[in-house]
Design a protein. Structure first.
Length: 95
């Protein structure tokens, strides 16, 4: 069985890439903070910021997948399969 592929429109893809670059920048800032022996609470504050940014990114992906892939599946059986797959991923996500 061929795996479904979500083709992100260019504007959507660009917005996701910008989010990821910001997250990468935040992680690089944490690394610099470690190199500079920054105070632990300051480092942890940045870690919390990265976690929130990743959570927000994941929420966008979940929403897009639900709307574009599951709701517009070729048939109800395919939609159910995709929903089960998403639920398995989300079970790992919330662990």
């Amino acid at each position: 069985m061929k795996k479904h592929t979500h083709v992100h429109p260019p504007a959507e893809k660009r917005a996701l890439q910008i989010r990821l670059r910001k997250i990468a920048g935040q992680i690089a800032a944490i690394e610099r903070m470690l190199d500079e022996d920054s105070d632990c609470p300051d480092v942890l504050t940045q870690v919390v910021s990265v976690r929130k940014a990743l959570k927000s990114f994941a929420q966008v992906i979940i929403h897009q997948h639900t709307k574009e892939c599951i709701e517009h599946a070729s048939n109800p059986k395919e939609s159910q399969r995709m929903l089960r797959e998403l639920l398995m991923v989300l079970e790992r996500y919330v662990d």
